[in-house]
Design a binder for this molecule. Structure first.
Ligand code: NAD
Ligand code: DAU
Length: 337
C-alpha cells in the first residue's frame, strides 16, 4: 500500500492504524516533507521491515513513475496535499501544483502501471458551506460542489479528475470527503493545536470574526477506520461522506480548551475574519453507515481530552515545529490582524 502524505497529520495516523490492523501489509510512505511533513512523527515505523519511506513530490512525474515501476503498489491512498485554508488564501499556486497536478500525476501512474485501487482523501469543504439558521441541512454525496477557498477549489478539482479517470479509463477509484479531524500529530497552525499551544504559553487565542462558525469534528482514528473500510468493501466510482454529527462553534472549542488547561478566557482575542470564511460544515454520514456499517467510536468529550493530553505529553514534537520556520508564518498571519 502506497500512502502519500504519510508524514502529515492524518496520513501518519493512518499508517499507525493500518499497521496495527493489518500487520502483514507492506506500507510505503511517499512524502515531500513540506513544512507540514515531519519524519519524526514516523519514528516508531522507520526501522520496521513492513515499512519504507521515500521522500518525493507527487507532482514530480519522473520520480512518481520510478516509484510505481520499482515498488509496484497495489493500493494507493492519497493524503498528500497542501491542507491549510489560510495559506491557500495567501498563496494559491502551490495548492494547484500539489492538490491538482500532483493528483493527476498519481492517476497517470496508476493508468500506466496498473493498480487494484486508488483512494482519494478529500474533504467536506468541496461542498461549500451551510447557513447557521438551517440546522436541518447537511452535506450528502449528492450536494453540488460549491467551493469557497483556493484550497477547497483545488480539492474539488482533484475529485473531478478522479471521477473523470474512473469513467473514462475505468480506473478503480474511490473518494472520501471527511469533516474536520482532530487528534495527535496535527500541525499547530490548525484551530485545536494552535489554541492548545498558545494557551499553554499564555499567548492570545486568535478567534476569527465572532467565533460563531461551526465545524463538524471527528477524531482522526475514526477517519482512518472509515478509509480502511472503503478500501476493503467500498464500491469503485463511489464517493463516501465521513462525519460524526458533532457540530461545534469555534468559540465553544476555544473556551473548552481554556477550561481543560486551567487558562483564563481573557486570553481569547477576536481578530479579523478569514476571507470568504465558510459558516457551517455538517456531514450526513448515512450512506457510509448504510453501505459499509461505519460509525464513529470516539465521543468528542473523550477524544478532545485525549488530544489535549497528547499535546501536554508531547511538547517536544510541537515545540520544535513552533521554534522553526513556522514562527515566520505566524508573524505574517497574525502580526497585523
Ligand atoms: P497535513 O498538512 O498535516 O499533511 C500533508 C502531508 O502531505 C505532509 O506530510 C506534507 O509533507 C505532504 N505533502 C504536501 N505536498 C506534497 C507533495 N507535493 N508531494 C508529497 N507530499 C506532499 O494534512 P492533513 O490534515 O493530514 O490532511 C491530509 C489529507 O486529508 C489532505 O488531502 C486534506 O485535504 C484531507 N483532509 C483533511 C482534513 C483535516 O481536518 N485535517 C479533513 C478532511 C480531509
Ligand atoms: O472540513 C475539513 C477541513 O478542515 C480540511 O479539509 C482542512 O484541510 C482542514 O484544515 C480543516 O479546515 P478548516 O478551515 O475548517 O480548519 P482550521 O483549523 O484552519 O479552522 C477551523 C475553524 O477555526 C475555522 O472556522 C477558522 C477558525 N480559526 C482557525 C484558526 C487557525 C480561528 O478562529 N482562529 C485560528 O487561528
Amino acid at each position: 500500500m502506497l500512502i502519500t502524505g504519510g508524514a502529515g497529520f492524518i496520513g501518519s495516523n493512518f499508517i499507525f492504524y493500518i499497521h496495527r490492523k493489518h500487520p502483514d501489509y507492506n506500507l510505503l510512505c511517499l512524502d515531500k516533507l513540506t513544512y507540514a511533513g515531519n519524519l519524526a512523527t514516523l519514528d516508531s515505523m522507520i526501522n520496521n521491515k513492513k515499512f519504507k519511506f521515500i521522500r518525493a513530490d507527487i507532482a514530480n512525474r519522473t520520480a512518481v513513475y520510478e516509484i510505481f515501476k520499482t515498488e509496484k503498489p497495489d493500493v494507493i491512498v492519497n493524503f498528500a496535499a497542501e491542507s491549510h485554508v489560510d495559506r491557500s488564501i495567501e498563496n494559491p499556486a502551490v495548492f494547484l501544483e500539489t492538490n491538482v497536478m500532483g493528483t493527476q500525476v498519481l492517476l497517470d501512474a496508476c493508468r500506466k502501471y496498473g493498480i487494484q485501487r486508488y483512494h482519494q482523501v478529500s474533504t467536506d469543504e468541496v461542498y461549500g458551506d451551510l447557513p447557521l439558521d438551517r440546522p436541518d441541512l447537511f452535506f450528502t454525496e449528492k450536494t453540488p460542489l460549491h467551493t469557497s477557498s483556493p484550497y477547497s477549489a483545488s480539492k474539488a478539482s482533484a475529485d473531478l479528475l478522479c471521477n473523470a479517470y474512473q469513467r473514462t479509463y475505468g480506473l478503480p477509484i474511490t473518494i472520501s470527503r471527511c469533516s474536520n479531524n482532530y487528534g495527535p500529530y496535527q500541525f499547530p497552525e490548525k484551530l485545536i493545536p494552535l489554541m492548545i499551544a498558545n494557551a499553554l504559553a499564555d499567548q492570545p487565542l486568535p478567534v476569527y470574526g465572532e467565533g460563531l462558525n461551526v465545524r463538524d469534528w471527528l477524531y482522526v482514528e475514526d477517519h482512518c477506520a472509515a478509509i480502511d473500510l472503503i478500501l476493503e468493501r467500498g464500491k469503485e466510482g463511489e464517493v463516501y461522506n465521513i462525519g460524526g454529527h458533532n457540530e461545534m462553534r469555534n468559540i465553544d472549542i476555544v473556551k473548552l480548551i481554556c477550561k481543560a488547561l486551567g487558562k483564563p478566557e481573557s486570553l481569547i482575542t477576536y481578530v479579523a475574519d478569514r476571507k470568504g470564511h465558510d459558516m457551517r460544515y455538517a456531514i450526513d454520514p448515512a450512506f457510509i453507515h448504510q453501505e459499509l456499517g461505519w460509525l464513529p467510536v470516539t465521543k468528542f468529550e473523550d477524544g478532545i481530552q485525549r488530544t489535549i493530553q497528547w499535546y501536554l505529553d508531547n511538547r517536544n514534537w510541537w515545540e520544535t515545529i513552533i521554534n522553526g520556520e513556522y514562527q515566520k508564518y505566524y508573524e505574517r498571519m497574525y502580526g497585523n490582524r
